[in-house]
Design a protein around this ligand. Structure first.
Ligand SMILES: *[C@@H]1O[C@H](CO)[C@@H](O)[C@H](O)[C@H]1NC(C)=O
Ligand SMILES: *[C@@H]1O[C@H](CO)[C@@H](O)[C@H](O)[C@H]1NC(C)=O
Ligand SMILES: *[C@@H]1O[C@H](CO)[C@@H](O)[C@H](O)[C@H]1NC(C)=O
Ligand SMILES: *[C@@H]1O[C@H](CO)[C@@H](O)[C@H](O)[C@H]1NC(C)=O
Ligand SMILES: *[C@@H]1O[C@H](CO)[C@@H](O)[C@H](O)[C@H]1NC(C)=O
Ligand SMILES: *[C@@H]1O[C@H](CO)[C@@H](O)[C@H](O)[C@H]1NC(C)=O
Ligand SMILES: *[C@@H]1O[C@H](CO)[C@@H](O)[C@H](O)[C@H]1NC(C)=O
Ligand SMILES: *[C@@H]1O[C@H](CO)[C@@H](O)[C@H](O)[C@H]1NC(C)=O
Ligand SMILES: *[C@@H]1O[C@H](CO)[C@@H](O)[C@H](O)[C@H]1NC(C)=O
Length: 461
C-alpha cells in the first residue's frame, strides 16, 4: 500500500517531466505565417490534413498590392486531385498582372515556402503560367512554370523553399510578375517561418565554411539567400512538416537517390544527448536511423555507399551531413573511420563520428561547400568509403561498419550576377535541347550587382 502511494506520484512526475522535456526541444518561430492564398477562411481556421492552421489571404494583417493594369482574382482549382490536400492547394491567387503580398514580420533569418498546385483554374490556360517571384533584392524564381516543373517531377503539387534574412524595419514583400504578355502568375500557399539564428547562416565570428578541395572559405552572410534543393532523412522514412522541430521543414526518404544502398540500421531506444548541437537542428528520427555498409569488410572495400543528387550547374552548394553514432559495436574514438567524398573530392579522409560529436548518442553535423561549375554534370555524388589503410584497419576492430545518419539539405546561393546567369544558362521552364523535356530549374538571380565573378556561384544550406 505504501509502495503504491509512492509510485503514483512518481509516475505522474515522470509524465510531467517527459512533457516538459519534449516541449523544450521544439523551436517556436516568432514569425509563423501560413497563408492560404485565394481563400477567405479567417484567422487560422483552415486546418490542413496534417493539422497545420492556415489563414485566408483576405486577412487584415496581410495586404495584397495590385498593379494598376489589372487585379488578381481568387480561384478554385477545377480539377481537385486526390493527391493534393485541400488546404492550401484548392484555392489560388492568380493574375495576368503583377501583384505583391506584404507581410508584417520581425527582422531575422526566415524560411519562405511557396506552394503551387498547377491545376486548371477557370479562365486560365494551364500551360500559360510563366512568372517570376521577387523578395527584396532577390529574384527567387525567374520565368518559372509551375505546371512544367510539376509535370517533369511527376508531382501534382510542388513546394519551393528559400532562406532569406530580413533587416530591421523592412516589411517582407513577395512580388509575382507574369513573364510575358499572355502569361499569368499564381500561388496557392505562402509560408513565412522564422529560423533560429545561425541554423544555416554563418556566425559573425566564425571563419566561414571551407570549399571542398580548396583553401577558400565562404561566409553565408545576411546578404545571401538560399534555396533548399534536397533534405533527406537517410535510412529513415519521410518526416512531414509537422514532425519537424518547429520550422515545418519536410525531410524525404533517400531511396530514390541511392546508387549503392548498404544496410539500414536504426536504434529507436537510444537517448540522444544534444551536447554538440541544438536540439532543434533536426528531428530525433534523423539521428536514430542511418544507412551503412554491411559487416563484410572485404566486400565493403569493393564499393562506396553512394547517393547521386540532381542539382543545377553554376551554383555553390552547402551540403550538411548529420551523424549520430548508435551502433553497439562502436564504442570509442577510432573504432570506426571512413572517407567522405563529395563530387569526387575528398571532404574527409578519416571521419570519426564519436570524435567529432564528443560521444556516443551525440548528434552532430558537418557542413561542406561545393561548387558545381557551369559545365559540370548536373548531378553530384556523395560517397562514403570504407578506409582501407593498414593503420586504420588496425584500430578498426571489424564488425559492422555502419555509417551514421546523413541528411543534407542543399541550397543554392542566389548572390549571382544576373547577366551572367541569364546568358550562361537558360532560365526557361524547359530546356529545349533535351528531347525528354528536362526542366532547367529556374534561376535565382540577385538583381543589384555582382558578388561573384563570372560563372561559378552556389552555396548551400
Ligand atoms: C474574409 O472573408 C470571409 C468570408 O467572406 C469573412 O468572413 C472574413 O471576415 C473576411 N476577413 C477579413 C479580415 O476581411
Ligand atoms: C544578421 O541578421 C540578424 C538578424 O536579422 C542579426 O541578428 C545578425 O547580427 C546579423 N548578422 C550579421 C553578421 O550582420
Ligand atoms: C524602426 O522603426 C521604429 C519605429 O517605427 C524606429 O523607432 C526605429 O528607430 C527604426 N529602426 C531602424 C533601425 O530604422
Ligand atoms: C514593401 O512594400 C511596401 C508597400 O509598397 C513598401 O512601402 C516597402 O518599402 C516595401 N519593402 C521593401 C523591403 O521593398
Ligand atoms: C541502442 O543504443 C544503446 C545505447 O548506446 C545500446 O545500449 C543499444 O544496444 C542500442 N540498440 C541497438 C538495437 O543498436
Ligand atoms: C569511391 O569514390 C571515390 C571518389 O569518387 C573513387 O575515387 C573510388 O574509386 C570509389 N570507389 C569505388 C570502389 O567505387
Ligand atoms: C566522378 O567519378 C566517377 C567514377 O567514380 C566518374 O564516372 C565521374 O565522371 C566523375 N565525375 C566527375 C565530375 O569527375
Ligand atoms: C553528453 O555528451 C557529453 C559529451 O559531448 C558528455 O560530456 C555528457 O556527459 C553526456 N551526457 C549524458 C547525459 O550522457
Ligand atoms: C519563358 O520560358 C518559355 C518556355 O521555355 C519561353 O518560351 C519564353 O520565351 C520565356 N520567356 C522569357 C521572358 O524568358
Amino acid at each position: 500500500m505504501r509502495i503504491l502511494s509512492i509510485l503514483i506520484p512518481t509516475v505522474f512526475l515522470f509524465f510531467l517531466l517527459h512533457l516538459i522535456a519534449t516541449c523544450a526541444q521544439i523551436y517556436t518561430p516568432p514569425d509563423n505565417i501560413a497563408l492560404d492564398c485565394g481563400s477567405t477562411t479567417s484567422d487560422n481556421s483552415a486546418t490542413a490534413a496534417d493539422g497545420r492552421k492556415w489563414t485566408g489571404d483576405n486577412d487584415s494583417k496581410i495586404s495584397v498590392i495590385e498593379d494598376s493594369s489589372g487585379k488578381s482574382v481568387s480561384a478554385t482549382a477545377n480539377t481537385p486531385s486526390s493527391s493534393v490536400h485541400t488546404v492550401p492547394y484548392l484555392t489560388a491567387r492568380i493574375s495576368e498582372s503583377q501583384f505583391t503580398y506584404t507581410f508584417p514580420v520581425t527582422a531575422g533569418q526566415k524560411f519562405i515556402r511557396l506552394h503551387f498546385y498547377p491545376a486548371h483554374y477557370q479562365g486560365f490556360d494551364r500551360s500559360k503560367n510563366f512568372f517570376s517571384i521577387k523578395v527584396g533584392p532577390f529574384t527567387l524564381l525567374n520565368n518559372f512554370s509551375a505546371s512544367l516543373t510539376a509535370d517533369y517531377m511527376g508531382e501534382a503539387s510542388i513546394i519551393k523553399e528559400f532562406c532569406i534574412n530580413l533587416e530591421k524595419n523592412q516589411s517582407l514583400n513577395v512580388t509575382f510578375t507574369p513573364s510575358m504578355s499572355n502569361s499569368y502568375a499564381f500561388i496557392n500557399g505562402i509560408e513565412i517561418v522564422s529560423m533560429p539564428r545561425n541554423l544555416y547562416y554563418s556566425r559573425l565570428d566564425d571563419q566561414g565554411l571551407p570549399f571542398i578541395g580548396q583553401q577558400a572559405h565562404f561566409h553565408i552572410d545576411n546578404f545571401t539567400a538560399l534555396e533548399n534543393v534536397h533534405r533527406l532523412n537517410i535510412g529513415g522514412r519521410s518526416i512531414p512538416a509537422m514532425g519537424d522541430t518547429g520550422m515545418y521543414r519536410n525531410w524525404y526518404d533517400d531511396f530514390f537517390y541511392l546508387v549503392a544502398a548498404g544496410v539500414v540500421p536504426s536504434n529507436t531506444s537510444i537517448k540522444l544527448n544534444y551536447s554538440s548541437i541544438p536540439p532543434y537542428t533536426a528531428p530525433d528520427d534523423v539521428y536514430r536511423t542511418a544507412r551503412s555498409m554491411g559487416s563484410d569488410r572485404k566486400e565493403n572495400l569493393l564499393y562506396n555507399l553512394t547517393w547521386r543528387l540532381p542539382v543545377d550547374s553554376g551554383f555553390r552548394y552547402l551540403v550538411r551531413l548529420h551523424f549520430c553514432e548508435f551502433d553497439p559495436s562502436v564504442e570509442a574514438v577510432g573504432d570506426r573511420r571512413f572517407r567522405i567524398f563529395i563530387d569526387n573530392k575528398t571532404a574527409e579522409a578519416a571521419f570519426d563520428v564519436i570524435e567529432t560529436a564528443g560521444g556516443k548518442g551525440v548528434p552532430t553535423y558537418k557542413d561542406y561547400l561545393v561548387m558545381i561549375g557551369n559545365n559540370a554534370d548536373k548531378r553530384f555524388a556523395l560517397e562514403l568509403q570504407e578506409t582501407a589503410d593498414a593503420e586504420i584497419e588496425k584500430i578498426n576492430p571489424g564488425g559492422e561498419h555502419a555509417y551514421p545518419d546523413i541528411v543534407f539539405p542543399v541550397a543554392r546561393d542566389i548572390n549571382v550576377k544576373s547577366e551572367t546567369k541569364l546568358d550562361s544558362r537558360d532560365c526557361h521552364g524547359v530546356d529545349h535541347s533535351d528531347s525528354n523535356n528536362v526542366i532547367a530549374v529556374p534561376n535565382l538571380i540577385h538583381d543589384s550587382g555582382s558578388f561573384v565573378s563570372s560563372d561559378i556561384m552556389s552555396s548551400a544550406i
